[in-house]
Design a protein around this ligand. Structure first.
Ligand SMILES: NC(=O)c1ccc[n+]([C@@H]2O[C@H](COP(=O)([O-])OP(=O)(O)OC[C@H]3O[C@@H](n4cnc5c(N)ncnc54)[C@H](O)[C@@H]3O)[C@@H](O)[C@H]2O)c1
Length: 237
């Protein structure tokens, strides 16, 4: 499936930029959206895309983005922040809890509200890519508001996939481990993550999970089902 008109949030850098670059290389018209207007203008100029500054945590801003991007057939709800504190829950400030949830979970829910009704009304095939994280599939003791917000993003992606089953709109959820971006100095190349996401979309797959983590995700499911106490994830060697 070749996409005609794509929107990517958090597109000024990192994974969003890599998604936009990959789509541009396929000839897709891409609307790049980001809260960092200067970086956005520079990236859109380099990639030959259209820059629309937007704050994903603001429902009106996302509605304006959708209005500026008619006939969208691929929406990548990718923008996210780590927050200031990656500690245990009671050590994270109330402000951090609110902002991280507003951007990470609110960015996805605002995106779904802004784009899905129009995509359904068009009757045309389309797809929604949601960037969650491995941090939303397994749980460590700390991880601050980020980890909990990404569990919320996983639930939102599942809700969207279940609700849109049987419609022409597909849903894929990207759950990377570490990726070398503004968020992390180490990890995988964002271009490889973008490739994996587009390959999964075209294969009709729901989740993109890093190699080696499937067993830990299953183990979490088993203790949730059995009532046992949780235990630390084993990081695959
Ligand atoms: N880098 C990693 O290790 C990693 C791992 C798993 C998941 N992720 C997820 O990937 C996504 C992309 O992150 P990245 O790694 O490319 O980080 P990044 O910091 O390089 O890029 C994130 C982009 O989102 C933008 N942004 C932040 N708040 C915004 C807002 N309110 N509205 C619009 N744009 C906003 C930033 O300006 C930035 O350009 C995030 O959802 C992140 O949680 C990243």
């Amino acid at each position: 499936m070749k996409f005609t008109n794509a929107v990517v949030t958090g597109a000024a850098g990192g994974i969003g930029r890599a998604l936009a670059a990959r789509l541009r290389s396929e000839g897709t018209h891409v609307v790049l959206a980001d809260i960092d207007a200067d970086a956005l203008t520079a990236t859109a100029g380099e990639l030959g895309g259209e820059a629309v500054p937007a704050d994903v945590s603001d429902a009106a801003s996302m509605a304006a983005l959708a209005a500026a991007a008619p006939d969208t057939d691929l929406v990548c709800l990718n923008a996210g922040i780590v927050g200031r504190d990656l500690g245990v829950p009671w050590e994270v400030s109330a402000e951090d809890w609110a902002r991280v949830f507003a951007v990470n979970a609110g960015g996805v829910s605002n995106g779904l509200r802004a784009f899905v009704p129009g995509m359904l009304a068009s009757g045309r095939p389309g797809h929604i890519l949601i960037t969650a994280s491995l941090a939303g599939l397994v749980t460590f003791p700390a991880g601050g508001a980020y980890a909990a917000s990404k569990h919320a993003v996983v639930a939102l992606a599942e809700q969207a996939a279940l609700s849109l089953a049987g419609t022409p709109i597909g849903v894929t959820m990207l759950c990377p481990a570490l990726v070398r971006t503004g968020m992390s100095p180490e990890g995988e190349d964002p271009a490889d993550i973008a490739d994996a996401a587009l390959t999964a979309i075209r294969a009709g797959r729901f989740a993109v999970v890093p190699d080696g983590w499937g067993g830990e995700i299953e183990r979490r499911g088993r203790w949730l089902a059995s009532g046992e106490q949780p235990s630390l994830p084993n990081v695959p060697g």
